[in-house]
Design a protein around this ligand. Structure first.
Ligand code: FE2
Length: 248
C-alpha cells in the first residue's frame, strides 16, 4: 500500500493507493495544498479514483470539489453530509474498492453528524473523531458530545498514534470523565441554530474562522450566513461599539 501524508498547519491529508493497480484515493484535502495533490499522485504513479472528506470541515476549506474536478475523481462523503456535490454517499460498514485495497467506513458521529473513520489494512484514519490525546470538538454545527463517547489533527506535532496508546493515555477515552466534561460543555446548540431563512452573522477575532463557519452554514442551508469582514479586530479599529457580556 502506498501512503503519503501532507500537512497544512494542524490539518493532515492523505494520499493512499494500491501499488499493484496504481489506483489511489485522497483523504481530507485542503485548498491550501490544492496544487500539491495532483503532483504527488503523479510522482507516486497513482491515478486518483476517489476524494474522501471524512466530515464537513469547519476549520479549513476542503479542496474536494476542485480536486475531484481536476483529477476526474469522485467525491465520497457520509450520507448525512450536507454538501450537495458528494458523488458517493457512504454509510457505516460499507467498503470502498481501490484496486486491491479495501477501505472500510465506520460512521463515528459526534464531532459532526457526518463524521467517518476509514479503516485501512494497517491503520485507521480517524478524521476529527479521535485526536492524539483528545477528541474533536463537539460545539460546531451538527456536533453532539453524547454521540462522541468513543472518540485527527496533529496539534502537538505528532501525526499518528496507536489505538492501544490512546486507550491507555487519552483522557477522553475514559467514558465517564468524557461524558461529564461533554455535559458541562454542552449549550443546547441544536436548539440555538436559527431558522435557515434568517440572516446569520458569524464573527471571530480576525475573520478567518468566521469565514469558514459562514461557508459551512451556507452548505447546510443557511444561505444568508455571512462573516464579519476582518473580525472583531477590524470592528474595534473602526471604533464601532462593543458590548461585553457572558458568552452562552
Ligand atoms: Fe473537523
Amino acid at each position: 500500500m502506498a501512503s503519503e501524508r501532507l500537512r497544512s498547519g494542524g490539518c493532515l491529508s492523505y494520499l493512499v493507493g494500491c501499488e499493484q493497480t496504481c489506483a489511489g484515493v485522497i483523504v481530507d484535502p485542503t485548498l491550501e495544498l490544492l496544487d500539491r495533490y495532483a503532483a504527488l499522485a503523479t510522482e507516486k504513479g497513482l491515478r486518483v479514483r476517489y476524494v474522501i472528506d471524512s466530515h464537513t470541515h469547519a476549520d479549513h476549506f476542503s479542496a474536494a470539489r476542485e480536486l475531484a474536478r481536476q483529477l476526474r475523481a469522485r467525491i465520497v462523503m457520509h450520507r448525512l453530509a450536507s454538501a450537495p456535490f458528494a458523488d458517493i454517499r457512504v454509510d457505516d460498514g460499507e467498503r470502498l474498492v481501490i484496486g486491491e485495497l479495501r477501505i472500510r467506513v465506520i460512521h463515528t458521529p459526534g464531532h459532526t453528524d457526518d463524521s467517518v473513520c476509514l479503516v485501512l489494512p494497517d491503520r485507521v484514519l480517524t478524521g476529527d473523531t479521535l485526536l492524539i490525546g483528545g477528541t474533536g470538538r463537539t460545539d460546531l454545527p451538527t456536533g453532539d458530545p453524547d454521540a462522541l463517547f468513543f472518540p485527527a489533527h496533529a496539534y502537538k506535532g505528532r501525526a499518528s498514534s496507536t489505538l492501544g496508546a490512546e486507550e491507555r493515555e487519552n483522557p477522553r477515552l475514559l467514558r465517564e470523565p468524557f461524558r461529564q466534561t461533554a455535559a458541562a460543555r454542552r449549550p443546547p446548540r441544536r436548539r440555538e441554530l436559527p431558522d435557515p431563512t434568517v440572516r446569520v452573522l458569524a464573527y471571530c477575532q480576525y475573520g478567518k474562522i468566521s469565514t469558514l463557519a459562514a461557508a459551512t452554514l451556507r452548505t447546510m442551508g443557511y444561505i444568508r450566513a455571512v462573516a464579519l469582514d476582518g473580525g472583531m479586530e477590524a470592528w474595534a479599529q473602526a471604533s464601532y461599539p462593543i458590548e461585553k457580556g457572558a458568552t452562552r
